[in-house]
Design a protein around this ligand. Sequence first.
Ligand code: SAM
Length: 256
Amino acid sequence: MNFQFTFYQPQDEIAPVWLQSLAVVKDKNDLVDYQGYFAYQQVAGETVLSFYAELDKQLVTINVDLVAGQVAYRRQHGGGRKQHIAKACGLKANWQPKVLDATGGLGRDAAELRNLGCELRIIERSPYVASLLQDGITRAAYHPQTQQLFDQSFELFHGQSIELIETLAKTEKPDIIYLDPMFPPRNKSAAVKKEMRLVKLLVGEDPDADKLLPVALENVAKRVVVKRPNYAPYLNKQKPNMSIESKGNRFDIYVI
Ligand SMILES: C[S@@+](CC[C@H](N)C(=O)[O-])C[C@H]1O[C@@H](n2cnc3c(N)ncnc32)[C@H](O)[C@@H]1O
């Protein structure tokens, strides 16, 4: 296998801007040369950008859905400000903090915070993950159920947070910076969720994660919240002011 990813374009679809450097494949038989591929698929009448790869000899796929699924369930039935993420961010009634999520991923946590009334700026450095996320945001911004949430105050930036946090803070200092870098699963042989395995295939590790914390602390108004698996050491080996434990995860809170 010589290549990593490709864009599958059987009907002359146009690749999203951050994927335009990928080679294009028109014939399905040529996809076997790649570790994974991006393509548009029709889901419930919508055109959805998806990533496909083979895991354990099965073709699996991911895309970003901010309208239905897990994100919608939490929007409708979630615990509001009683949720751990809300407590970690110190959310209160009548406060709409400006949150900078500097490790955007598939946008789950950012969408959760938007549902809780925060205004979001999101940074994602992987062109692959950023493309999937932007596609999900665009669809949510046009969907009647979620338009009000996602057509404004939910903005994605593609780039390296270690630099972009500082640049963005010059125009608008965030109240909260939220960090959730990749962390190796404790037991590599355990059946890690397929979605996580696909994201890992796309982005690899985050070996520079420790560098995010000092930059975040320098450029935030109120607090930095770091999400970690509960067996992970503190980011940058820096002890937080407090931590909130939840099932499998921990939120470390650094108050300014
Ligand atoms: C564990 S995922 C985040 C998951 C996310 N919280 C969610 O709810 O979907 C980590 C993501 O952060 C991104 N990332 C890590 N370090 C970054 C950095 N310095 N700048 C920008 N993005 C970064 C990675 O590419 C990866 O997509």
